[in-house]
Design a protein around this ligand. Structure first.
Ligand code: CMC
Length: 433
């Protein structure tokens, strides 16, 4: 199949059209159906996009069968081991790892934009204190375009770069503000002497009367979480960002669309759902009951943190997260915490269960990230906002790649219509109701 150059679509003996087969650097070939409708009057049907490549991209590659994840060609394991998050951001945005000088300049640029417009703080006051942080994120990140409209020409590379820097710099500040707002504590300004992650942890945990000194092991753990979440090719939220951006919407609006999509429990909301699930299970003895619920076709319950659309093997991010989890719990002397024991046992039982083996359901990145975030003192309802913080760079890189792509068009899928045929509104339709 890999040598195919084109496919001929036949209707009985008659050839309808020739479909070119495109080859990427690696990964499955794709059938180019762009002109299918024009030539045959047919659409393709692929709900959930199981078999659809929506674009060309040079950013991230996943081999789901082998459990491989590459950012710009580099294996995630090496990046997580040898690089820090801002280096990975640079790589994702620009395609190459930075030199020391390039990294210093990039880091300086990010640091200089960590503060948000002071009036943005008023925006928070419109929300209830008990609002979910993701609800506030959707509102506040969306509002950024009202504050930073000096560089919103999406055709200008310089403006796009400025928006990228602003988003990567300001999202952590906004995430921390969401937390402070929900706890009734004053917002903490960023401190430009600190690294990206140290600064974030300080904005989360310090108060004006009590400073916060970050533990280097925990800083490294959070840095790794951000690296592991930085990009994942055309996942639901990234595709949402691309679709929103395809109409020419500004990047702040597009990233907000991504945040809204991420919130769902099948996507980024899973890390929060995993912790809630572990708390609900409560005890190792209850695991078989929950495994049975997950296997029951008549029960909507799913084992959160298990399964993935693309990985039909171990999620490489989950492996790294598991190691990070051990490191953090060792450092904090929390190795025997019940949640962690529960998670390990749940993983063991599920991986030996015929249902999970047959359906190739392995732990995904969210299975362990919640436990690490919990150990870092991040409240459960903040987990998905943490995911958004890591993924912002991926969203921005895909948005930028799409805008710069000469093939770019507004995203406009079609449908298989199954509704009523044309009919007339009855003259007496109100009476008959
Ligand atoms: N527990 C129990 N059964 C499952 C699970 C699960 N976690 N995941 C999939 N299945 C079953 C599903 O019922 C279906 O069975 P059948 O073939 O008998 O109908 C089969 O496995 C295939 O599932 P699917 O829903 O068709 O697969 P999908 O590719 O559409 O969904 C998924 C992928 C991630 C949405 C799904 O596995 C899931 O809901 N997992 C739990 C939520 C989760 O952990 N999400 C985080 C994903 S990783 C981070 C991210 O990308 O945001």
């Amino acid at each position: 199949m890999n040598n195919l150059r084109s496919l001929t679509l036949n209707d009985d003996a008659q050839s309808l059209c020739e479909l070119p087969v495109l080859t990427g650097t690696t990964g499955p070939n794709v059938i180019d159906v762009q002109h299918l409708y024009r030539e045959t009057g047919l659409f393709t049907y692929d709900p959930g996009f199981n078999s659809t490549a929506s674009c060309r991209s040079t950013i991230t590659f996943i081999d789901g069968e082998e459990g491989v994840l590459l950012y710009r060609g580099y294996p995630i394991e090496q990046l997580a081991e040898q690089c820090n998050f801002l280096e990975v951001c640079y790589l994702i945005l620009k395609g190459e790892l930075p030199t020391t000088t390039q990294l210093d300049s990039f880091q300086h640029n990010i640091t200089m934009h960590t503060m948000v417009h002071d009036q943005l703080t008023n925006f928070f006051k419109g929300f209830r204190r008990d609002a979910h942080p993701m609800a506030i994120m959707v509102g506040v990140v969306g509002a950024l375009s009202a504050f930073y409209h000096d560089a919103l020409d999406i055709r200008s590379k310089k403006d796009r770069e400025m928006c990228s820097i602003r988003l990567i710099a300001k999202v952590p500040t906004i995430v921390a503000m969401c937390h402070k707002y929900s706890t009734g504590l004053p917002f903490m300004y960023p401190n430009n002497k600190l690294s990206y992650v140290e600064n974030f942890l300080r904005m989360m945990h310090a108060t004006p009367c009590d400073d916060y000194q970050a533990n280097p092991v925990l800083v490294r753990a959070l840095d790794r979480i951000l690296i592991l979440h930085a990009d994942h090719e055309q996942n639901a939220s990234t595709s949402t960002v691309r679709l929103a951006g395809s109409s020419g919407a500004n990047p702040f609006a597009c990233i907000t669309a991504g945040i809204a999509c991420l919130w769902g429990a099948a996507h980024g909301g899973a890390n929060e759902a995993v912790l809630n699930m572990l708390e609900k299970i409560g005890d190792v003895s209850k695991i078989p009951e929950f495994i049975n619920k997950a296997k029951d076709k008549n029960d909507p319950f799913r084992l959160m943190g298990f399964g993935h659309r693309v990985y039909k093997n171990h999620d490489p991010r989950a492996r790294l997260m598991r190691t990070t989890c051990h490191e953090v719990l060792n450092e904090l002397g929390l190795h025997d915490i019940k949640l962690f024991e529960l998670a390990l046992e749940l993983e063991r039982i599920a991986l030996e269960d015929e249902y999970f083996i047959e359906k190739k359901l392995y732990p995904n990145v969210d299975f362990y990230s919640g436990i690490v975030l919990h150990a870092l003192g991040i409240p459960t309802n903040m987990f998905t906002a943490m995911f958004a913080m890591g993924r912002t760079v991926g969203w921005i890189a895909h948005w930028d790649e799409m805008i710069a792509d000469p093939e770019q068009k507004i995203g406009r899928p079609r449908q298989l219509y199954t509704g009523a045929m044309r009919r007339d509104v009855p003259a007496d339709h109100r009476k008959s109701n």
